[in-house]
Design a protein around this ligand. Structure first.
Ligand code: GAL
Length: 707
């Protein structure tokens, strides 16, 4: 079954409208009419659920749960901890976070609290425990969302006194003694050698760039702080509500928290799928594939955008079929739940410009009408989708330590991941700058990922080759091709995993900047790619960080004859040591030197090293060659603008999704006729998809076969 529903805020209608709670029944009726079967409630309602310390008012939430249940809707409740109530902030103003430049966040709004503040933790524990106990056996309640979007609004890292103390304890546990820490952080540089733990500062705003090792450990500590806070809530829910599932709504490629760690104890992850004005279908697909890959398990979209958002630089109305396309794209990539944000546009509060399925007047929007038709379709598709999940023969590795290491030292302005901290819409110069960071727009600009990730993912996506975006420690043996586009930092376990994979016959593609940093974010004392040099059969003689206008051109003699491909931003000159040269530079003073190499291993393993950065074409040239060699086929030969994804059942069932993301009619031919499941129509081999159209069909082909 696909869980299908909306995020509902009944509390916002108990006081704002004349009709107040009387409106709820009409809301529930309209939800049921749309085919909804689930509703999420209460993630921001702490101040209403506990209006004064230890005085709980769960009655209104009970009434809402019961009413929804009476209408056939199941409920996901949330622990309301992102919004500490006014009484708590009033009594303990220091609960709020401190920024790197020493400013304390003002109370109110949400997400302002520090994960390490003992009072915030304790009060979060109390409200979570009370709520869980109260609703543990309430009919209709099926699961929990912990909190809401940990880290949102740039709150993944705090610099308060509790974080200062916590950081020192975390470091003492990690390193055991100060000599080890000083060594790992390169303390001799600028004489930053600590003699006591109390001397270690938080990496606050400083005169010059801090040690990247110090910074990386702080990023890890901050991520662990939210992981620990999260563990406290999960533990309460597990003990108190053993029959309920527990999930959390992640944010796709959010850069501040290690999602593998944060989600480790959840039953499944959820995520919030919003599209700022530069988002691309490939970017959203990549985020879905990462959300699947966080636990290598199907996921939910807990907030699916249904109309305008209120926070983007521009906020266009999504075109007709947007909700339908995004909903089926999610399901095609492994979503077992699609929950729309939000039910009705809020009359009060800071998100008045955010649309809902109903507008502020309670009228149905285009999004609601699309949801209604999807609801009917999903009822028909339920048995077809039951027990299915995406499967990929190709994986891309996404590593948080490496992301952070590159974020800290992009070494090329165009490779910066994050917009500047002082970015603001009022400052047009920064706006231009920010845009530059996001080029090329292969992925959503919110991804802030290194170019090689975007380029490699897009090359697969354009070829209709499904991809899993997974952790570098995961079991890689199920994949024929593994691409590690930016493993700048190598932990020993990752090195072992990659070696095991290639020894088992796997094909591994390493990207530029691989293996420059060790686990402590120091440079390896051996040539790049450090401990992977032998596996790849190559060392990096030097790297060049190119100005935007400096383009080089690769020649692919080994595999593509006279073909040429432009590269830019980053060029490593490679010395093969047992590898063959696949492509060479043709320009600049290192023309003729190796840019891409490949080493074949006994047992069939193949390790490639790509030393240059480029767009999808660079990777496409490489992948076309490798995929042919590995007998990996696209689901359907590629058609520009039409995305293809698939879910598989244990019984060999394959459900294929075609999504026309373009504003034009798309025509193409299939190898054989199929029956389209949404319309019930027979598709001849000739297929015509109107703009925004989704087509779904089942087909008996085996995994890995092209249609
Ligand atoms: C999400 C958040 C929602 C709402 C939404 C607006 O990040 O979870 O509560 O604020 O953004 O787009």
């Amino acid at each position: 079954m696909i869980y299908f529903g909306c995020d509902y805020y009944p509390e916002q209608w108990s006081q704002w409208l004349e009709e107040g709670e009387a409106r709820w029944a009409e809301d529930a009726r309209l939800m049921a009419a749309a085919g909804f079967n689930v509703v999420r409630l209460a993630e921001f309602a702490w101040g209403l659920l506990e209006p004064a310390p230890d005085q709980f008012d769960f009655a209104w939430l009970e009434r809402a749960v019961d009413l929804l249940h009476d209408h056939g809707l199941q409920v996901v409740l949330a622990t309301p901890t992102p919004t500490p109530p006014p009484w708590l902030l009033d009594a303990h103003p220091d609960i709020t976070q401190v920024t790197a430049d020493g400013r304390r966040l003002g109370p109110g709004t949400r997400r302002e609290a520090c994960a390490n503040h003992p009072v915030y933790r304790e009060r979060s524990r109390i409200i979570s425990q009370a709520l869980a106990a109260h609703f543990a056996t309430r009919p209709g309640v099926i699961g929990w969302q912990t909190d809401n979007e940990f880290g949102c609004h740039d709150t993944g890292r705090c610099y308060c006194e509790h974080c200062q103390a916590g950081f020192r304890t975390w470091l003492a546990e990690r390193y055991g003694d100060l000599d080890a820490l000083n060594e790992a952080w390169g303390g001799a540089f600028w004489g930053e050698t600590y003699r006591t733990w109390l001397q270690i500062p938080l990496p606050t705003h400083s005169a010059a760039q801090r040690s990247p090792s110090h910074l990386l450990d702080f990023y890890r500590f901050s991520s662990d702080s939210w992981r620990d806070f999260h563990a406290m809530e999960i533990d309460i829910l597990r003990r108190t509500c053993p029959d309920h599932f527990v999930t959390h709504n992640l944010m796709g490629f959010f850069p501040q928290l290690n999602y593998y760690d944060l989600a480790a104890e959840l039953d499944f992850v959820s995520w919030d799928n919003y599209h700022y004005h530069g988002a691309t279908p490939a970017g959203v697909a990549a985020a879905h594939d990462h959300m699947w890959g966080v636990k290598e398990r199907n996921f939910w979209v807990m907030e699916q955008q249904v109309g305008q958002v209120n926070w983007s630089a521009y906020n266009p109305v999504p075109p007709p079929d947007f909700v339908r396309l995004k909903s089926y794209q999610a399901i095609g990539h492994g979503a077992d739940g699609v929950v729309y944000f939000r039910w009705r546009q809020a009359l009060g509060g800071s998100e008045q410009y955010h649309s809902g399925l109903l507008n502020q007047a309670g009228r149905e929007t285009m999004g609601y009408r699309e949801a209604c038709s999807i609801g009917q379709e999903l009822a028909r598709l339920a048995s077809v989708l039951e027990g299915t999940e995406p499967r990929a023969q190709v994986a891309i590795l996404l590593d948080y330590d490496s992301r952070w290491a590159l974020q800290l030292q992009p070494h090329n302005s165009r490779l910066r991941h994050d917009p500047p901290a002082d970015y603001s819409l009022e400052n047009p110069a920064l706006e231009v700058d920010r845009d530059a960071f996001h080029e090329p727009r292969y992925l959503t600009g919110r991804a802030y990922l290194a170019w090689p990730f975007s380029a490699a993912y897009t090359a697969f996506w354009e070829r209709n080759v499904p991809v899993a975006v997974v952790a570098p420690e995961s079991d890689l043996s199920r994949y024929k091709l593994v691409c590690a586009p930016f493993l700048n930092l190598l932990r020993p376990a990752v090195v072992e995993n990659l070696k095991r994979y290639v020894a088992g016959g796997g094909t591994l593609v390493l990207g530029p900047r691989t293996g420059f940093k060790d686990e402590s974010n120091r440079l390896f004392a051996s040539p790049q790619p450090g401990p992977l040099a032998e596996l790849a059969g190559v060392t990096v003689r030097f790297f060049d960080s190119l100005e935007p206008e400096r383009i080089n051109v690769l020649r692919w003699e080994q595999i593509h004859g006279a073909r040429r491909t432009e590269i830019g931003l980053w060029a490593e000159v490679l010395d093969p040591v047992g590898a063959e040269v696949i492509a060479t530079y043709t320009q600049d003073w290192y023309a003729g030197e190796a840019a891409i190499t490949a080493r074949r291993h006994e047992g069939g393993g193949h390790a490639l090293y790509v030393g240059a950065m480029g767009g999808p074409t660079l990777y496409a040239n490489l992948f076309d060659w490798l995929l042919r060699d590995l007998d990996v086929h696209p689901l359907i030969p590629s058609m520009p603008g039409v995305e293809v994804c698939a879910r598989y059942g244990e019984d060999g069932r394959r459900v294929i999704f075609l999504l026309n993301h373009t504003g034009q009619v798309q025509r193409f031919t299939l190898a054989r006729p199929v029956q389209e499941l949404l319309s019930g129509e027979e598709f001849s081999t000739f297929v015509r998809l109107r703009p925004g159209q989704v087509a779904i069909f089942e087909d008996g082909s085996q995994f890995g076969q092209a249609l």
